[in-house]
Design a protein around this ligand. Structure first.
Ligand SMILES: [Ca+2]
Ligand SMILES: [Ca+2]
Length: 79
């Protein structure tokens, strides 16, 4: 009557919660390295780009030095 709250459902949720979060992981491969930097460089100094392909790390809608600074701060996270 109240649905199945079995072990399998909880495990799926736990896996998602346990997944590490790296703020500057632009390409989604769970680290911050030259792959992410290459994507950032491709959007360099775009001023009206919204998410900027994921490179707008501080959420201000522009790809600037502030985003590069955020990446530098998180450099090699995940290794
Ligand atoms: Ca990455
Ligand atoms: Ca930005």
């Amino acid at each position: 009557m109240f649905g199945n709250f079995g072990r399998q459902g909880r495990n799926a949720d736990d896996e998602q919660e346990d997944k590490p979060f790296y703020p500057a992981d632009i390409n989604g491969d769970e680290d911050t390295d030259f792959g992410d930097y290459a994507m950032l460089a491709g959007q360099w100094q775009e001023v009206v780009c919204g998410e900027c392909g994921g490179t707008n790390l501080n959420g201000d809608g522009r790809m600037t030095w502030d985003d590069l600074e955020e990446m530098a701060y998180n450099w090699l996270a995940g290794f």
